[in-house]
Write a protein that binds this ligand. Structure first.
Ligand SMILES: Nc1nc2c(ncn2[C@@H]2O[C@H](COP(=O)(O)OP(=O)(O)OP(=O)(O)O)[C@@H](O)[C@H]2O)c(=O)[nH]1
Ligand SMILES: [Mg+2]
Length: 452
């Protein structure tokens, strides 16, 4: 989220946007905040793709240059046939727009401020523009800047194609900050499974190594704790960092009582046979046979004589909702072997009549728009496309795919991150209700036989 505001009025922005076809502007740099300094300018604007510089003077001119290529401070002249200089005033309805006189010139990618042809902004780290001799861009100085080269402000915006952004969000979410967060927390804290013998929904997290299973528990735990914590081991390693079956309670409220939710963390799935979580162990977990802290063994499944094997589990020990955790950055890299594994797990899950949800993690790393502002998640064309791909790959409807950003390197909570995380939990609880509904349809009191 951009905390630094634009100095453009609505009318000025409209005029500026009329220079382009269907774009939006994202403020990168504002001299009055970041300093009239080349270094500050380059720190914020290098490598950002197409940008427009917007300079303001006391005479009332708004002028600057658009370049379609990256700034990099390479000190060379960049050929950019889309670069132009422009000027906006209250007196003119339409902006003045000047392209290079020979159609070839672009800008100088200096390690100083922007130099588009004959205009050199942020000259000598000052709030000035220098008009250089030359005829690479031809215009009347009076029309461009009213001969006033002293700046009152200077901004640079990234020019984003609207194609990256959807006109309407593909899913509705209320980003109303703390009230939404509190409402979601209340929903979770007050949730009651529809079956008397069960007080906590048991949700199983499964997915490839490093997908963010443990981080999801850590993140939810953090939200209810009020600061970022990390009791479950998370990190990066070639093989699964989590090797035990863990059933995590989350404490909440003044009295720190356990939430009506248990998140069950598992070892990561791996492609090969005898590597990662054993599929037969998933069946045992679903049926409630495996107890907390069981050490998974990739080469063999749990034996019924193990001290961690619960011989006669009841409904409360069984899994009520399965969540596939997938890394958004790796969707296109999922191998056929891994898809086969997902399919095999799905068959087992379906057989047990347990609902399945997909949690798409690391959306911040997958999409720059989302990294910059999490509330862009449901207008990101890229994430929407990814959700469609995931739904096809896993064979679930798109409504079963929930994107989240886990806490990974932060110290402090962020309300939008929390809202997305909590919304995912609410979905899990709703799916859990479906499970109980299905088990206990009116007049169909199914017995609690774990092996059914
Ligand atoms: N940027 C970002 N990083 C994440 C996110 N979720 C997890 N990570 C990082 O991804 C790495 C792996 O996360 P884990 O939670 O350990 O993954 P896991 O699925 O439990 O992995 P195993 O236990 O090894 O199977 C860690 O370095 C996390 O900090 C996310 O949403 N965004
Ligand atoms: Mg883990």
């Amino acid at each position: 989220m951009s905390v630094v505001g634009s100095s453009l009025s609505g009318e000025q922005e409209r005029k500026l946007l009329s220079l382009f076809n269907n774009v939006r502007l994202h403020l990168l740099y504002k001299a009055s905040v970041h300093g009239y300094m080349h270094q500050a300018f380059h720190n914020r604007c290098d490598g950002q793709g197409p940008t427009i510089l917007v300079a303001y003077n006391k005479t009332g001119f708004i002028f600057g240059g658009y370049i379609s290529k990256d700034y990099a401070g390479s000190r060379i002249e960049i050929h950019d046939d889309q670069a132009f200089l422009y000027s906006i005033t209250n007196q003119r309805d339409k902006p003045l727009c000047v392209f290079s006189s020979n159609g070839r010139y672009g800008f100088i990618d200096g390690d100083y401020g922007l130099n588009v042809g004959v205009l050199w902004f942020l000259n000598n780290n000052t709030a000035t523009v220098q008009q250089l001799p030359g005829n690479s861009y031809i215009f009347e100085p009076e029309e461009m800047h009213g001969n006033d080269l002293q700046l009152t402000e200077c901004e640079v915006y990234r020019v984003e194609q609207r194609g990256d952004i959807l006109e309407k969000p593909w899913r509705n979410i209320n980003w109303e900050g703390f009230s939404t967060k509190q409402r979601l927390m209340d929903y979770i804290q007050n949730y009651k499974p529809e079956v008397n013998s069960v007080v906590q929904a048991r949700v199983l997290l499964v997915g490839p190594v490093g997908a963010g299973k443990s981080s999801f528990f850590n993140s939810i735990n953090s939200v209810f704790k009020g600061h970022v914590t990390g009791p479950a081991n998370s990190g990066s390693a070639g093989t699964s960092l989590t090797t035990q079956f863990r059933t995590y309670n989350i404490k909440a409220g003044q009295d720190r009582s356990a939430l009506p939710l248990v998140l069950c963390d598992t070892m990561g799935l791996e492609e090969g046979l005898g590597a990662g979580l054993d599929i037969d162990d998933i069946t045992s977990v679903l049926k409630g046979h495996i107890q907390d802290r069981y050490q998974f063994n990739p080469s063999t499944s749990i034996q019924s004589d193990s001290s961690f094997f619960c011989k006669s589990p009841s409904l409360k020990d069984r899994i009520h909702c399965v969540v596939y955790v997938l890394d958004a950055c790796k969707i296109s890299l999922i191998s056929a072997k891994m898809v086969d594994k997902f399919t095999a797990i799905r068959k087992i899950v379906n057989k047990q009549g347990v609902p399945l949800l997909v949690l798409l993690t690391k959306v911040d790393e997958a999409c720059p728009l989302v990294k910059e502002d999490l509330t862009n998640i449901y207008i990101s064309h890229y994430i929407e496309k990814m959700i469609r791909e995931v739904s096809l790959c896993i064979g679930v409807s798109q409504s079963c795919v929930v994107p989240v950003k886990n806490y990974s390197r932060e110290f402090e909570l962020d309300v939008n991150t929390d809202i997305l995380l909590l919304s995912a939990v609410v979905q899990m609880l709703r799916y859990t209700d479906d499970y109980f509904d299905d088990l206990y349809q009116a007049g169909d009191q199914r017995p609690e036989t774990p092996d059914s």
